[in-house]
Design a protein around this ligand. Structure first.
Ligand SMILES: *Cc1c(COP(=O)(O)O)cnc(C)c1O
Length: 366
């Protein structure tokens, strides 16, 4: 039996009628750019997070980029990010000609290690961009304390963490800006690209709404150079339907995680560490093993979906050569990138499938 890493068709099949109706409704009303569904989704996501505003944009990457612009990041400014994340986290900083300053991660959660942040702060540091990797929040109390002390802006990369929380506070609601992605494989995924920034500050909100329409306000009068970055109305319509199911889907992921935890604990496997302060939403269920390539070879042979998130830390990426880092600078990230592998955890995963995954993983890494 093959088990895919993710199967989006099962989700579609379960709610097909509602999705089809929502998409056709947009085709009928024709307000494809910033139609009413976009504002509805913005209010609902803001409410979910317990913040005042949401601004829909074209992708999670653009959510980060526009948040950095709203935070006033300029060329030569420094922004602190973890070394271990999806490319976009550091990529957006470089796109503004600012400098990503990398910090190593915690060995248990794979999130930025707050105890290493202060050493990375200089007179040029303007912001910290923690990532809530795999669906668990970074240690936000420590990060917010440092930010306050050094007068820095905090932009949460919550792309993998919608609905996750830290001491009861929702992902995206703790820093000055929270950024979400609606990439199809995220816990709330659209039928294409999409993203959103959430925030409480009304000036930032007004500015972001201008930035996503080329920086023009009123139309054709440009105060700043902005972007063409809107959340498509069709995507918002799809996401409004799916949002109703999000908490149920998250519970399913958490149930699957519990089963994996119990089955894989004790083997030569590091299962995900969940902090007391965390409500983990398992965008990924990521284990660490010493014999990863052997495990992956067998998983491939047995057709068990899996993926490495992420095989190359930022400091080893060719495009970041000019940052001047070298091998060994971030030992915890290097170790993680050599050992992690993510297993199927989508809500529709069946018991039979999960048992198969467990059997194969244990056969190699016991
Ligand atoms: C998915 C993701 C992004 C980018 O989101 P897109 O919608 O694909 O542009 C950024 N950061 C992290 C951590 C992500 O997982």
């Amino acid at each position: 039996m093959a088990v895919p890493l993710i199967d989006l068709h099962r989700q579609y099949a379960a709610i097909k009628d509602k999705l089809d109706k929502a998409v056709i409704n947009v085709l009928e009303h024709g307000q494809f750019i910033l139609g009413p569904e976009v504002a509805q989704l913005e209010s609902k996501i803001a409410a979910l997070c317990g913040v005042r505003f949401g601004v829909g944009v074209a992708s999670g990457t653009d959510a980060l980029l526009l948040a950095l612009r709203a935070a006033g990041i300029e060329p030569c400014d420094e922004v602190i990010t973890p070394d271990f994340s999806f490319f976009a986290t550091a990529g957006v900083v470089s796109r503004l000609k600012a400098k990503p300053v990398l910090v190593d991660i915690e060995g248990d959660t794979y999130n930025i290690d707050p105890s290493l942040i202060e050493k990375a702060i200089t007179s040029k540091t303007k912001a910290i961009m923690p990532v809530h990797l795999f669906g668990q929040l970074a240690d936000m109390d420590s990060i917010m304390q440092l930010a306050k002390k050094h007068n820095l802006i905090v932009i949460e990369d919550a792309a993998q963490a919608i609905g996750a929380s830290y001491k009861g506070h929702q992902a995206g609601s703790i820093g000055h800006y929270g950024c979400f992605s609606f990439f199809p494989t995220k816990n709330l995924g659209g039928a294409g690209d999409g993203g959103m920034i959430v925030l409480n500050d009304i000036d930032g909100y007004e500015f972001l709404k201008i930035l996503r329409v080329h920086g023009s306000s009123p139309k054709y009068y440009n105060r700043v150079i902005g972007y063409n970055s809107r959340l498509a109305t069709i995507q918002a319509a799809v996401l409004l339907v799916k949002l109703e199911y999000l908490s149920g889907w998250t519970e399913k992921r958490r149930e699957h995680a519990k089963i994996y935890d119990a089955a894989l604990m004790g083997a030569q496997i590091k299962i995900p560490v969940v902090k007391d302060y965390s409500y983990h939403i398992y965008n990924q269920y990521t284990i660490a093993v010493k014999n990863r390539y052997e495990l992956m070879r067998v998983m491939k042979e047995k057709k068990i979906g899996h993926e490495i998130y992420y095989p190359i830390p930022f400091h080893k990426q060719d495009c970041f050569n000019d940052l001047g880092y070298k091998n060994g600078d971030f030992p915890i990230t290097e170790k993680a990138s050599n050992e992690v592998v993510s297993l199927p955890i989508y809500p529709e995963l069946t018991q039979e499938e999960q048992e198969k995954v467990i059997e194969v993983v244990k056969s190699v890494s016991m």
